[in-house]
Structure formats: structure tokens, C-alpha cells
Design a protein. Structure first.
Length: 128
């Protein structure tokens, strides 16, 4: 039984799975959206929301914890600069998963992970 076992296995070893989600969360913060399978998207949402929560906290320990997950230092710096202003008024629910159809090769359900607060809107709120 898998009681109290968080996360999905996806038929991968733990090292492969961790590397894959570290790459995906880095790409999400770098490019603002990621297209992937539905199951991976739902798990990626957990990783991304945790990183945004760390960025909102903003202290040195939180930055080091984020650096241990996100692959690029510049992406972490960008996240820690933008997140408090962009997501400061929200307690969770920073990302959305939108289903976009099926993949041609194997008919896997595809989804797009993106942020709920657009970049332009957060800049307008900061000015107000």
C-alpha cells in the first residue's frame, strides 16, 4: 500500500525522477511555461509552488534550499527578485495546469503548466 507516500514514481529511478523535475522546474521559471504530460505537470506544480514559497520567504536559507533544486543560479536570482511582488498577495495556487490534448505518438494526455499571475499584471500592481 502507498499510504502517506507523496509524489509519483513514473516508472523511473529516484535519481532520474529528481533530475527530470529539477530540469522541468528550472525551465518553468526560465520560460514561464512548460508543456509536458498531464501526470508530470501535476507533480511539477508541487515542485514549483514549493520554490515560490521559498522565494517569498526570501532569507538566505530559503535561497540555498532553492539553489539545491533549481539548476541555474541566474534563474534563482530572478525568482527571488520577482516572486515577492508577483505572488505576495497569494497563499498558494501559484501555478495552473491546462490540458491541451493528446500527443501524436502515443496518445498521452498533454498539459501546459504556467503561472496564475501574469508578468505584466504583477508589474502593474507594483506600480499602483
Amino acid at each position: 500500500m502507498r499510504h502517506k507516500k507523496a509524489g509519483v514514481k513514473l516508472g523511473r529511478t529516484s535519481a532520474h525522477r529528481n533530475a527530470m523535475f529539477r530540469n522541468m522546474v528550472t525551465s518553468l521559471f526560465k520560460n514561464e511555461k512548460v508543456k509536458t504530460t498531464d501526470v508530470k505537470a501535476k507533480e511539477l506544480r508541487r515542485w514549483a509552488d514549493k520554490m515560490i514559497t521559498l522565494a517569498k520567504r526570501g532569507d538566505l536559507h530559503a535561497r540555498r534550499q532553492a539553489l539545491s533544486v533549481i539548476m541555474e543560479k541566474e534563474v534563482v536570482h530572478k525568482l527571488f527578485e520577482e516572486a515577492p511582488a508577483r505572488f505576495g498577495g497569494k497563499n498558494g495556487g501559484y501555478t495552473r495546469v491546462t490540458k491541451v490534448g493528446f500527443r501524436a505518438g502515443d496518445a498521452a494526455s498533454m498539459a501546459v503548466v504556467e503561472f496564475t499571475v501574469p508578468k505584466a499584471e504583477s508589474a502593474a500592481e507594483a506600480d499602483a
